[in-house]
Design a protein around this ligand. Structure first.
Ligand SMILES: [Zn+2]
Length: 331
């Protein structure tokens, strides 16, 4: 009995000291949470305020977020108008955590359409992702100097992986014929991607999802689709696809697939990490715009019902053949 109690206490103590030793890193969004996990490894606990699939542009902090932020050692934010709600949250929480702007040193794109506001989606250009990794690694070293070398090593290894993905995207996008290299999406999250990888953008709404789509925006996109003769448009994981589906059906183009821009996907998705999100987006775009093997059937519920009818049809044919055989043998 006493032995059992002692063992339980020992495990409990080990658990408490184990979790206390770790640096608590709280990121504004899941993409940065994943980056931090890659660099902080087993020295940190990496959390995100906006959950996977949530929209960081329009997020409203919950009471539990105040607790999360106040218990953090390090807070990672993108800035450039991405998470406009975060400064107030940090202030209200009274946290003593170090706050790191992970776009520090990134040369931002300014949106001409939105009166010189900075475009926040810099991570979509993998070469800029390297700067994110550097800032995260430096931030971790500042709050946990004993492990600075560990963070620097992981940061360098992770940066090498990001550079490989950067190269992959470049070679893949280059295979799309220039005239078809036009990306139509719901919100303008792909400016950095387009600039880095030489693909023209056309989004319905602006760099933030806060603004509503105007009918003139829809008309502009419809005109661009008709003029360019592109084969597909793309929906986004954090945005209601209704408008884009309407445009696709009006213009007779396909939904090329689902892209991830402001959030990674969950573990079972094709984009469970920042790097997989970038390669998945690229594969979906290349497949749809070159017209090869569009397999993103899970996007459209209609396709599933189409498959069902094919199976019913096949079943009926097999049944009839069997009946025919039985009748013939009985003769
Ligand atoms: Zn966005």
């Amino acid at each position: 009995m006493i032995k059992n109690i002692l063992t339980t206490l020992l495990i409990l103590f080990a658990f408490i000291s184990f979790s206390q030793d770790k640096i608590k890193v709280v990121s504004s969004a899941s993409i940065f949470q994943d980056m931090a996990k890659n660099i902080g490894g087993d020295k940190i606990i990496s959390e995100s305020i906006v959950p996977i699939g949530g929209d960081p542009h329009t997020y409203t902090p919950k009471p539990s977020d105040v607790e999360l932020v106040s218990s953090a050692d390090l807070i990672l934010i993108n800035g450039l108008t991405f998470e406009g709600w975060i400064n107030e949250l940090i202030e209200n929480s009274g946290t003593k955590a170090k706050v790191v702007l992970i776009t520090e040193g990134v040369d931002p794109i300014t949106s001409e359409k939105y009166h010189n506001a900075s475009d926040p989606h810099a991570w979509m250009d993998a070469s800029k992702g390297v700067q994110y990794a550097y800032n995260i690694s430096a931030g971790l070293a500042a709050v946990d100097p004993d492990n600075a070398l560990y963070y620097a090593d992981n940061g360098a290894r992770y940066s090498a992986e990001i550079k490989k993905v950067d190269q992959y995207i470049k070679t893949q996008i280059a295979t799309i014929p220039k005239a078809q290299r036009i990306l139509v999406t719901s919100h303008d999250a792909f400016q950095y991607y387009g600039k880095a990888y030489d693909i023209t953008l056309n989004a319905i709404i602006g760099i933030s999802t806060e603004s509503e789509a105007q009918s003139k925006d829809v008309q502009r996109v419809v005109d661009a689709i008709r003029k360019s003769n592109i084969p597909a448009v793309f929906i986004e994981s954090t945005i209601n696809p209704k408008m884009l589906k309407q445009i696709a059906s009006d213009t007779g183009v396909k939904i090329g697939g689902e892209l991830y821009a402001d959030s990674i996907g969950d573990e079972d998705s094709e984009a469970p990490t920042y790097l997989k999100m970038l390669t998945h987006n690229t594969d979906v775009i290349v497949n749809a715009l070159t017209g090869t093997s569009i397999e993103s059937t899970k996007i459209d519920a209609d396709d599933t019902s189409n498959n069902l009818w094919i199976y019913i049809g096949l079943g009926a044919v097999m049944l009839l053949s069997l009946l025919f055989l039985v009748l013939k043998m009985n003769k």
